[in-house]
Design a protein around this ligand. Sequence first.
Ligand SMILES: Cc1cc2nc3c(=O)[nH]c(=O)nc-3n(C[C@H](O)[C@H](O)[C@H](O)COP(=O)(O)OP(=O)(O)OC[C@H]3O[C@@H](n4cnc5c(N)ncnc54)[C@H](O)[C@@H]3O)c2cc1C
Length: 530
Amino acid sequence: MRRWNGWGDDAKTYPLPESAAGHLERILGEADPVPDASFEQVLSAVPASRLSPHPLINTNPAERLLHARGQSLPDWIALRSGQIDVFPDGVTYPTSDEEVRSLLTYAGETDTILIPYGGGTSVVGHINPLPGDRPTLTVDMNRLNKLINLDETNRTATFEAGITGPSLEEELRTRGCILGHFPQSWEFSTLGGWIATRSSGQQSYFYGRVEDFFAGGHLESPIGPLELPPLPASAAGPDLREMVLGSEGRLGIITRATIRVQSTPEVERFYAAFFRDWETGVNAVRAVAQSDLPVSMLRLSNPQETETTLRLAGRERLVSFAERGLRLLGRGEESCMLIYGLTGYRGILAITRWRTGALLRSHGGLLVGKTIGEMWRKSRFYTPYLRNTLWERGYAVDTLETAVSWANVLPIAEAITTALRDGLTDQDERVLAFAHLSHIYRDGASVYVTFIFRRAKDPAETLERWQRLKSAASEVIIAHGGTISHQHGVGTDHAPYLTAEKGEVGMSMLVAVQQKLDPQGLLNPGKLLR
Ligand SMILES: Cc1cc2nc3c(=O)[nH]c(=O)nc-3n(C[C@H](O)[C@H](O)[C@H](O)COP(=O)(O)OP(=O)(O)OC[C@H]3O[C@@H](n4cnc5c(N)ncnc54)[C@H](O)[C@@H]3O)c2cc1C
């Protein structure tokens, strides 16, 4: 069963290896975990629903609690402490376009806010009901979860939008195809959610970002349906798919989407290499990105992340072996680890491996084969479970991300991690902050930062620590000309920073489109556009 106040399936846990626990304690100090509120305690705080009855609406308090928050750190603080200020007044599970339309009509007639809900894995406040006088209804898409059609000739597949990553890939796998969109939240996030947040998978370098594979679809808006025909290309004016991508539930409810799929690759392998320091590694990765070698993933960790990742892997012998080996080869504490993936036909892969290896070596890379790469592959969806373990040990974890052009990659990574590390010094609290390049482009990269700090006894104080750290990092991102989000979207948390990227004219264009499609402001107000 899915955890109600944390990440993932409650049958899965990520025990913290002793060396990792010691590492955290040395850096952050011993933590003092505060017990969580129980489900029953939080349930008893759910107020009466304000919705007028409707056959499609469930007002059961447990359903409402399970849809009250997403997966951001403020969401965790609210869920774990039981201090949830607002709950949706009801939850609905439509099974057809007609039902979605009837819900939009009901919302218009009763002035009810609708929050489209995919997997609820948002990390920026997308699906949270906000305080106000109007009742809120969460529209959970999980019953719209079927494959409608696989077009073998065009290599496109049409799915209902509420399908999750594993179900979608299973449907495709049995037909010899793959989408290859693997965000770390893949287990629970949905096709509609990926489109509405402009999500990026771990191997988007090879399989494409959502804007590459989203060919068309269907959206139900308050003023009527919008059909996006799945054309291979079009010069017929601005592309309306771009309006729907990243719309965060503000323009309508995506009920189905046609996506571009590919044949299942013959072989896929992950390898690791080490670099003497971060700068050398960044230069090597840029060289690969600009060489046009068909690699499928490049993920370069900075020294602090390299050390933490190896410790968290829990392979004590492997870690000490790696450390000894790196020291012998003159690669010490500043070592950076690269995980790279190769995907495709066996023969092409052999050549790619050889050419990529030669290029990495020419930049000082030490190739260490498949073991660490395979470890990464096996734990790629398991690592987020560590958030549960760390929380229970008294530590809070969050991540943030941006994308910048190459000249800015090193400065922004340094500035964000420094702002985070220094963010709580006046409280005498330390912060562990580390970064990796998660998505690589010819002209730049996304910088993904993880930060860990001790929780306070009082949840309000933990939230206040997070707010200070998050705004310090966000200010740095804006000051360096980075995007406020490469993949997590805007929601409520990033909305104050959106104008810096879009400008006043750009913002007024977005608002005009939103007001045209949703004149009553029924859909997810307060998210994306304030
Ligand atoms: C542990 C973890 C790891 C993550 N890793 C990644 C990652 O690697 N890459 C990445 O891109 N993101 C990642 N995320 C963020 C999150 O998973 C993505 O934003 C994802 O796309 C959200 O999908 P969802 O189905 O859960 O949408 P939800 O969280 O339910 O909703 C997100 C937004 O989309 C809207 N929406 C959802 N479905 C529809 C629909 N059918 N029609 C209209 N609007 C809709 C909602 O209203 C909301 O505004 C991660 C999150 C977590 C918790």
